[in-house]
Write a protein that binds this ligand. Structure first.
Ligand SMILES: [Zn+2]
Length: 511
């Protein structure tokens, strides 16, 4: 008898429905065909063991399984349950009425229990799009699948539960869907800038970064709260829209790192340690998996102590910072993951950490300081619009209970929302959505400055020996500052504030 069951596979962030044809006839053999990898071929052992533990067995006949489309490589153990159900149905042990309406996902333990699989959300989205009624999957995967509305989600702990589900006909007392707790998207309250004493210039830099989607680096001695400040950036970014939330959740689902429900609309904040490998940062591996930069999609990638990262790791960041996505070409596959994030980094000003410190003495010589800063390659630094120096908070501010009302996350967000609205309107017919992503010619059109501004800029460029890239960055940041002030034109005050965020450009660092 020939039956068809359905499962799903992931390539990059795209899901594909896999049709599994199982044919049982006279003879003795077991074969899986259709570009299955070794993990799938090992399925036979897992299925055999699971069935035996439960008083069943793979029929002693010729079992041929074909996985289609044949040109798509199928990997991993996530097809175990679909294969098992197919074999039992082809052996006449399962009613096939519902088999065409549900996709089946799940890995089997040797006793027949189900283990969660990765990529459930994109597979379910694709299955729904293709007209499937629902999914049968491990109970531990219910949460991510339940982001879909009008889609049956049948969570099972054991393959026998799946048999029971398929053997109850539609007409009979139907097994009800696994009760899903209604999705309450109560937004998680992120950390608030109001809890940070002082540091007005840094908070202002974060405001500008969030308003125009600019990358930012903080330079300051250890213990001044650089990480604490960075962690508050999600609180002032606009919450994700429905599409962004799904895009981000799909990537987390494929990486097997689904976020909690109350965090789904919050821009993600990823801060990998400086010992991270290239693969963990940008993605890849034996089975392609998105890396930290894609988990940060629509959110923030924070690299604390940037000069401590391996040179190779910093190098691989360049392409995604420029193109907002990553292409991985390996011998066995090529995959593509989105990676549009605000890049935030922090670093000490010198090896000992106290260069420019108000009270502690720096023990480094100018050569050591310059060498330290040069660890961050020019091309990487070129992609960072805002450099902000972070100093220790003045003691009297540490003990004040007063909150700076202008710099609570709520107030900052209000200004950012307006600035983003202005940009949305300005760029409504363009693919560029924020000032940070303006191209050279767009900068000329949208960041016009008058003669007095030009004069100042000219002087600064000569004095600090700034590159053409730095010039463009100043203009883009000035545009964002003007937008925050709801000003149509860039005026001297906007420009000078933007110039103030170029600390590392100044060739004088370390002198
Ligand atoms: Zn030092």
């Amino acid at each position: 008898m020939l039956v068809q069951t359905y499962s799903g596979s992931i390539l990059g962030i795209d899901a594909h429905i896999i049709t599994i044809e199982t044919f049982i006839t006279k003879g003795i053999q077991f074969a899986i065909v259709g570009l299955a990898d070794s993990a799938i071929r090992e399925s036979q052992q897992r299925i055999d063991s699971a069935l035996k533990h439960n008083g069943l067995k793979i029929p002693r006949q010729s079992v041929t399984i074909n996985m289609a489309p044949a040109d798509l490589k199928k990997e991993g153990a996530g097809y175990d349950l679909a294969l098992t159900i197919g074999i039992l149905a082809a052996d006449g042990k399962i009613n096939d009425e519902k088999l065409s309406a549900y996709i089946i996902l799940g890995e089997l333990s040797l006793e027949g229990k189900l283990r969660p699989v990765k990529g459930v959300l994109p597979i379910c989205i694709e299955a729904k799009r293709k007209g499937f009624k629902g999914v049968v999957l491990p109970k531990n995967n219910i949460r991510e699948a339940s982001l879909l509305k009008d889609f049956d989600i049948i969570g099972v702990n054991h393959f026998k539960d799946a048999i029971a589900f398929f053997n109850v006909k539609y007409a009979e007392n139907r097994i009800t869907n696994t009760p899903q707790s209604p999705l309450s998207f109560t937004k998680k309250t992120p950390l608030d800038f109001k809890d940070v004493k002082g540091q007005q210039k840094v908070k202002r830099a974060f405001e500008i970064a969030a308003a125009g989607h600019h990358n930012l680096i903080m330079i300051g001695p250890p213990g001044v709260g650089k990480t604490m400040l960075a962690k508050r950036l999600p609180s002032i970014l606009p919450p994700l829209c429905e599409k962004q939330m799904i895009d981000s959740a799909k990537i987390h689902s494929i990486a097997g790192a689904m976020r909690k429900q109350d965090e789904l609309y919050l821009p993600s904040f990823r801060s990998p340690h400086h010992t991270i490998s290239d693969v963990a940062l940008v993605g890849g591996g034996v089975y392609p998996k998105p890396g930290e930069i894609s988990l940060a999609h629509h959110g923030i990638l924070f690299l604390d102590e940037l000069p401590e990262f391996k040179k190779s790791v910093l190098e691989v960041l360049r392409q995604p910072l420029e193109e907002h996505e990553i292409h991985l070409s390996r011998a066995k596959y090529s995959a593509h993951y989105p990676a549009r994030f605000i890049f935030v980094a922090s670093m000490n000003p010198c090896p000992c950490g106290y260069y420019n410190h108000p009270s502690k003495a720096c023990t480094c010589n100018p050569f050591q300081i310059k060498k330290y800063v040069q660890k961050i390659s020019g091309p990487l630094l070129d992609r960072i619009d805002l450099h902000v120096e972070v100093s220790p908070v003045e003691t009297h501010l540490l003990f004040t209970k007063a909150i700076d009302e202008r710099y609570t996350s709520k107030k900052i967000s209000e200004r950012i929302t307006k600035a983003r609205e202005i940009q949305r309107h300005r760029f409504k017919t363009m693919s560029t959505k924020t000032n940070a992503h303006l191209s050279g010619s767009q900068i000329e059109s949208y960041c016009k400055i008058d003669t007095s501004c030009k004069k100042i800029l000219q002087q600064v460029i000569e004095k600090l020996d700034l590159s053409a890239r730095a010039y463009n960055k100043i203009l883009k940041v000035a545009r964002t500052i003007a937008d925050l002030e709801e000003s149509d034109s860039i005026v001297v005050q906007h420009l000078t504030e933007a110039i103030g965020f170029r600390s590392l450009d100044k060739g004088s660092w370390g002198d």
